[in-house]
Design a protein around this ligand. Sequence first.
Ligand code: AMP
Length: 191
Amino acid sequence: MMNLIIFGPPGAGKGTQAEFISASFGVAHISTGDMLREAVKNETETGLLAKSYMDAGKLVPDEVVIEIIRQKIENLGGAGFLLDGFPRTAEQARALDGMLESRREAIDAVLSLEVDEEEIVKRLLLRAETEGRADDNEAVIRERMNVYRRQTLPLAEYYGNRGVFRAIDGTGTIDEVRGRIHSEVSPPEKA
Ligand code: AMP
């Protein structure tokens, strides 16, 4: 059983690679961005609260996101997971540690997809055309990058200090990046 985090700036390819990893490692793919977009679409209480933050490229308040993850992890039973887009702040990382401690588990690896900012902006503008996400316009993209640098990037050190942080070149084709991930962590042996 493995618990993984896929880490990196918006547009680094986390969602795409997360699909592959969750399939080959047999772990649940948990994306807070996807869950929040679903909540916005369904106009739930959480969705109504989250929408204005998401549209502006800001982070949804910690307590809201932490509660979503807490419920999701409780419902997993004993299965391993891959977190995509969480944690994004020190407070979220500490809350996650608390949840894992009570399960007597830990994070096995943080897979960090590294892509430089200009490449990211290019990719996100392209995604705006194909997926039509409300938060993929240039001003909001730049804001999301700022938020990432200020609030999320410091977590690289947090996990680096524990020896679980793995930097992976996120440029090139989807298959190239996938290959690099697999040379950093191997799926569990099939029984
Ligand atoms: P993503 O799809 O991961 O880029 O997330 C889209 C948006 O959802 C972000 O820009 C935030 O507004 C919000 N969001 C997703 N995950 C989190 C999180 N862990 N903490 C706070 N806000 C989040």
